[in-house]
Design a protein around this ligand. Structure first.
Ligand code: IMP
Length: 404
């Protein structure tokens, strides 16, 4: 398997976890490079539902080593919760199966508190992501290596002082974390995670030199990129192929670059959404696709595919392949619509494909799909200049047509 990167081509929630899960069957290493527990990957294995926020989806495959890179921000409470629930479900999470970069930053209670106090105008997940990246830039961040070594007290104090002062001024009466309690909690987490934390650069370099099969798992989506997304309605990290290298700190040639496209669009939080469906039509799509945030449970805003946006995302990332997810959700919802052009008044011009009914998961080849679905896929391949890698036809691991 060539080094493969999987990136959401929309606003996140495209179903990347499932694509990575399928690909990781043939991978030695599955790697995350950005974001934190704001992501939520839902994977169904044999009727069991796993929601992973930080740990790469490859953890569910015994053949995979999983690595969380230095560009990520780690909420250690959330990470330990994931480790414990996976172990409870019988999944091995030994230190040699989950490697944590010693330079990844820690999300602290102050970050979560400040995010919850200030994040409403963007509609953040409230997981402390933005404040953690901000403290990294302020040079008062705590890294996993500091946590492991117990050398984080002065920066934790600096965070407590800075966020305490700002919060007391801006949000009088807000309740703030207790320093001693947080120090002890982080100290205990550092001890528990000690054997997982290391310099991951040699691991990545060795894997590259040996040409080992690797999957790089993006979080969020192209339009949520801090620099290239719909600022200010974005996350705080670089979510694109270009951003992956920054998060890893190790050069990789991603021979296969997969842009994951949900067969319709969704977005959580505020910000522009030209193809959004309001009222009953949006609600039908939300119910049918169970479009509620995997991290926050918030209802996702729903709408049609936006080819204008997708073309830009594919060109930016030079995606070689497209993976289409949740096409099955559109069954029974009438004609399939795709916005192909923005008109001078700002409204979108749509093309339509014939709607379909019934269960797509029975189809064992693309030819067996209803005509409208084939038309939609042909349009995407042609206009995006990318080959179809995979078509997901239902939520299960087996509901997938792996094409290329
Ligand atoms: P933050 O990443 O929590 O700071 O949130 C910033 C914006 O990114 C908000 O609109 C969030 O809803 C959105 N966001 C963050 N992570 C995800 C994700 O995994 N899926 C979809 N949207 C996300």
């Amino acid at each position: 398997m060539p080094a493969t990167i999987v990136i959401g081509a929309q606003w996140g929630d495209e179903g990347k976890g499932k694509v990575v899960d399928v690909l990781s069957a043939g991978a030695d290493l599955v790697v995350r490079f950005g974001g934190g527990a704001n992501a939520g990957h839902t994977i169904w294995v044999g009727g069991d539902k796993f929601v992973l926020h930080l740990i790469p989806s490859g953890i569910l495959r015994p053949n995979c080593v999983n690595l969380i890179g230095g560009g990520c921000v780690i909420d250690v409470t959330s990470l330990l919760h994931e480790i414990h629930s996976l172990r409870k479900a019988g999944v091995a999470v030994a230190p040699d199966r989950l490697l944590l970069a010693d330079n990844a930053h820690v999300v602290t209670a102050w970050h979560r508190t400040v995010d919850q106090l200030s994040g409403a105008k963007i509609g953040t997940t409230g997981r402390g992501i933005g404040p953690a990246y901000a403290d990294k830039a302020r040079r008062i961040g705590i890294r996993l290596g500091d946590l492991r070594d117990g050398t984080f007290e002065s920066n934790l104090r600096a965070q407590a002082e800075f966020h305490g002062a700002v919060s007391r001024a801006l949000y009088p009466g807000a309740s703030l974390p207790d320093f001693d309690e947080q120090w002890s909690l982080l100290r205990a987490a550092g001890v528990e995670l000690r054997d997982h934390v290391r310099d991951v650069v040699p691991v990545l370099v060795e894997a590259r030199r040996a040409d080992r099969p690797m999957v790089f798992e993006g979080a969020q989506g192209v339009l949520l990129d801090i620099d290239h997304g719909t600022y200010p309605y974005v996350t705080s990290s670089n979510t694109t192929v270009a951003g992956a290298l920054g998060g890893l700190g190790v050069h990789m040639t991603f021979q296969r670059r997969i842009g994951v496209v949900k067969a319709y669009s969704t977005r959580v939080g505020h910000g522009p959404f030209p193809t959004e469906l309001h009222g009953e039509a949006g609600e039908r799509l939300r119910q049918k696709g169970q479009e509620y945030g995997a991290t926050t449970g918030r209802p996702r805003r729903c709408g049609w595919l936006d080819l204008v946006q997708l073309k830009r995302a594919f060109a930016m990332n030079e995606f070689t392949h497209v993976a289409v997810t949740k096409l099955d959700v559109l069954a029974g919802l009438g004609p399939l619509r795709v916005a192909v052009e923005e008109q001078t008044d700002g409204s979108m011009h749509y093309v339509e494909f014939e709607g379909f009914d019934g269960d797509l998961s029975a189809a064992t080849s693309l030819d067996a799909l209803p005509a409208g679905c084939r038309g939609l896929i042909a349009l995407l391949e042609r206009e995006l200049g990318a080959r179809l890698a995979m078509l997901s036809t239902g939520p299960g691991r087996e509901d997938v047509l792996a094409v290329d």
